[in-house]
Design a binder for this molecule. Sequence first.
Ligand code: PLP
Length: 568
Amino acid sequence: MAASLDPFLARTRIAYLSMEMALHPGIHTYSGGLGVLAGDTARSAADLELPMVFVTLASREGYLRQEIGQDGRQVDHADPWEPADWASPLDAAVAIRIEGHSVWIRAWLRVLTCPLGHRVPVLLLDTQLEVNAPEDRGITDRLYGGDEVLRLRQEAVLGIGGERMLRALGFEIETYHLNEGHAALLPLSLLRRHRLASDRPAEGPLRYDPDPVRERCIFTTHTPVEAGQDRFPYGLVERILGDFFETDQLRLLAGEEALNMTRLALSLSGWVNGVATRHAETTRRMFPGYRINAVTNGVHVPTWAHPAFARLFQEIAPNWAHEPEGLARADRLPDTAVLAAKAEARAELLAEAHRRTPEAAAALRPDLPLIVFARRMTGYKRPDLLFSDLGRLREIAERSPFQVLVAGKAHPRDDVGKELIRTLQDHAHQLGGAVPVAFLPGYDMALARLMVAGADVWLNTPLPPMEASGTSGMKAALNGGLNLSVLDGWWVEAWEEGVTGWAVGRDGEAPGDHAGHLYEQLEQAVLPLLHGEPARRAWMMKQAISRIGAHFNSQCMMRRYAAEAYLR
Ligand SMILES: *Cc1c(COP(=O)(O)O)cnc(C)c1O
């Protein structure tokens, strides 16, 4: 596959770096929400012809191919893909020093083209090269694989290697946008060039001038809890990076006890944001003294709209894919057309469920309301909340029948998440035919497209304030799906009770009451709507499309980044 950087070099001014990026279902360089957001960002940057280049790791072994064993446990596999099938090799090579020797990096080029023909380049950094020592070749192979040693080496490739690669290829970058703290070694690379002259008395203990670096760096943080942030002991940093940066100086920027990548990015970025209003508030409490803006995430509408809904959008707003604001007119759509589009998408999803897990899917029915829970399987997302009282669930279903599809991967080292996957399937067995429940293995971009389109209700029950934003509920809403969600992340902004969806629990209330309120909502609001008047149901579906689809999209999000952060 031949492709050239020539058309991009002169105009590109902004580089966006992300450890993961969901470019295409066949390119396994992502694990979940962070990568899908980066991919949607790139797609909208192409739509809007923003002068951007995107940088991520080649992740040849992917993140995780999930298999569910006979006993209901997740079995982890590598998920390889072949860069040569999807991208073109570029000539430049750069080296960084890791543990005292050179590690060479090359890049693959993948060009994203939007429907109007605008394009942005994406660079995939790769250490799988003959010149590298055998133990270094695999650094970029497995996304979020291995231990903290590998993680720091990967982050050195992304941050230090990424900056060098952009220069080697001839880009003249003015602004760097760091998507999460993984790329925080990039501003540190820049800072090395701003050492204060030794005869000049330093104003503080820092012997560098961070201002020129801050002018060029933008940081989007995604982690609302300390435990989620990358931290590396300084002993490890010295072992891996050698004398790249003096440890006493690094402590001033990245934390006294350990190198905290979020803190480093905060210290060296002149514009910082959280990914929802609520998340920015949480971040301000975690890091007092920094100015934290809020830019709520959005999704790329043409990527996530089911073809049946896309056809409807075409009728009310011919330019919808480029300007999703036009979806505000969705309230004009005929009820029958909206209900028929949902029925088509739901049938497709159920057919996929039968393909993936024929036994569990046998009880699913095309005419029953379908509740979907698809998330990374981990403790704080509480995938088991819906199943906390099986007797109550049976009673509710007896009066108003419904069915449930569940999907999600657990990180290979997340034992709690893995155990949740097993217990969910136990619950499904215990419920038997009373409430058909099926777990679909292998949640990825392709399965997500089917699930967000086919869901009647998109369920989300994280433990606040752990959900930074969440984006899958936005994808569901575009397709007429109704969110039933804890008030956290983006949902605080989009929630209008009984109009765009429903809340689980009251804002600020003890999370222990969430299960009871979830059952109440199902019994009194959600299922009566789905079993009631079709016109009432269609009205709410159209409200979800017009009020959420028109606003929570990556086009709006990128216009905000461009106006508020890039043009600052
Ligand atoms: C959209 C998406 C996500 C992010 O969804 P959340 O709302 O953050 O759970 C994760 N994984 C895949 C495959 C997605 O498409």
